[in-house]
Design a protein around this ligand. Structure first.
Ligand code: UGA
Length: 444
């Protein structure tokens, strides 16, 4: 098939590369000309395992092209995906200006029947708005004769595992309008290579598909915030949340996934989608009490590590130096959007401390966010970050942080303190090297 994808962010790029790799011809459109020129050269703006190789391979095979010309792109693809960003508006709602701008553009240049698929995470009712925006433009050009079908097909990939998730989805949700059986057939054909072994396609109405995406992310965020709540209780009641996690996760009704307590969830999805669901609820005069609490708990959770530092070392941290391992909101990405590390960095700097930061992939991104900030030192390795430090703070569970040289830690850290924002260390191993571990929900 010939496909067009608007937006070359995480979702758009990964989808384009994976669909091209399945044998389709895909063109990606973006308004950012520099980004498109770079992509043509094989320069990928984000770090995502396997993505660059996949893009280059399919570009070289002539299946993947990049363009800034919407007319050419809409002409090209029989299915057009909208995968542009939906940033959070001031009131917490998703800002649809980019999605609706793409819709209007499609309506202005469309000359043939098209299926338009919303891939971005968009509030319930957006597909209707997209359809209205396209139809408005078609009507103003006297082209109401063209057939248009708007489908909601949310993406469930995770950053850091985006290519693999997209190639092997758990489910493919298709929100299709009544009477859209021809559209359903076309999309089933498109997704057939990803629908082997057992049926993964779930067809439903458009609004349910849109809500499914928010329900999934908000339930996962709820699991995390709930565990963080239990961790806070464990701290105060003298229990170890890691034992509790194992104790409850073995019940298959609860499950072992997404119950890892930590320094709070970050990223471009959970925080944004939780706020958007709250805003959607309020928009229909409904108070989403559970989701509001999830958001509030997460805000507080991001401060827990700093609070632990203060309770050990006092509120005045002038003259203190902290090694900080892990800046990205999770491993295998360079993404620092809403990363808990940022709250810790900001709080430490505000208290007068020096922070020596290291991350395997996010140094450049950290430089972009914090360039010129006094007190923040960018280090070339995890060992270098330890130089002259009083304590170590770990904010991301990168593999390379999991088995550190404990002797080196003991020799380097003046206060022999390790603040573990992801509970990756064993308190007794650290204790054998004279180190005190302050984790999340471990009563220290
Ligand atoms: C999330 C969802 O997992 C994807 O299914 C969804 O498609 C995506 O959002 C999206 O909407 O695009 P992502 O934000 O990439 O994916 O990352 P996750 O792996 O879900 O992690 C999110 C945050 O939760 C991270 O900060 C992570 O450290 C934290 N987390 C995760 C915990 O604190 N505890 C856990 O047990 C799991």
């Amino acid at each position: 098939m010939q496909l067009t994808i608007f937006g070359t962010g995480y979702v758009g790029l990964v989808l384009a590369a994976v669909l091209a790799d399945a044998g389709n011809k895909v063109t990606c459109v973006d308004v950012d000309a520099a980004k498109i020129e770079n992509l043509k050269l094989g320069i990928v703006p984000i770090y995502e395992p396997g993505l660059e190789a996949l893009i280059i391979r399919n570009r070289d095979a002539g299946r993947l092209t990049f363009s800034t010309d919407p007319r050419e792109a809409v002409e090209f693809g029989e299915i057009i995906f909208i995968a542009v960003g939906t940033p959070t508006d001031e009131d917490g709602s998703a800002d649809l200006k980019y999605v609706l701008a793409v819709a209007s553009t499609i309506g202005r240049v469309m000359e043939n029947d098209r299926i338009v698929v919303t891939k971005s995470t968009v509030p319930v009712g957006t597909a209707d708005q997209v359809e209205a925006a396209i139809k408005r433009e078609l009507a103003s050009r006297g082209r109401d004769d063209l057939s248009l079908d708007v489908v909601s097909n949310p993406e469930f990939l995770k950053e850091g595992a985006a290519v693999a998730d997209c190639q092997k989805p758990d489910r493919i949700v298709l929100g299709i309008r009544a009477g859209g059986s021809a559209t359903e057939r076309t999309l089933r054909e498109l997704y057939a290579p990803f629908n082997r072994n057992h049926e993964k396609i779930i067809v439903m109405d458009v609004r349910s598909a849109e809500l499914t995406k928010y329900a999934a992310n908000c339930l996962l965020a709820t699991k995390i915030s709930f565990m963080n709540e239990i961790a806070n209780l464990a701290d105060r009641l003298g229990a170890d949340v890691e034992s509790v996690r194992l104790g409850i996760g073995s019940d298959p009704r609860i499950g072992n996934q997404f119950i890892y307590p930590g320094a709070g969830y970050g990223g471009s999805c959970f925080p944004k989608d939780v706020r958007a669901l709250i805003s959607m609820g309020r928009g229909v005069n409904f108070e989403p009490l559970i989701t509001e609490a999830v958001e509030r708990r997460n805000q507080l959770q991001k401060q827990v590590i700093f609070e632990k530092i203060v309770s050990r070392l006092g509120a005045d941290l002038r003259g203190r130096t902290f090694a900080l391992w892990g800046l990205a909101f999770k491993p295998n990405t360079d993404d620092m959007r809403e990363a808990p590390s940022r709250v810790v960095i900001d709080s430490l700097l505000a208290a007068g401390a020096t922070v020596r930061a290291y991350d395997p992939k996010a140094m450049e991104e950290c430089g972009r966010i914090y360039r010129g900030r006094e007190g923040l030192v960018f280090c070339a390795s995890q060992e270098q970050a330890l130089t002259g430090a009083d304590a170590l703070v770990v904010m991301t569970e990168w593999k390379e942080f999991q088995s550190p040289d404990l002797k080196l830690l003991g020799d380097s850290l003046r206060e022999r303190l390790v603040f573990d924002g992801r509970n990756i260390y064993d308190p007794s191993s650290l204790a054998r090297h004279g180190l005190t571990l302050c984790g999340i929900g471990r009563a220290v």
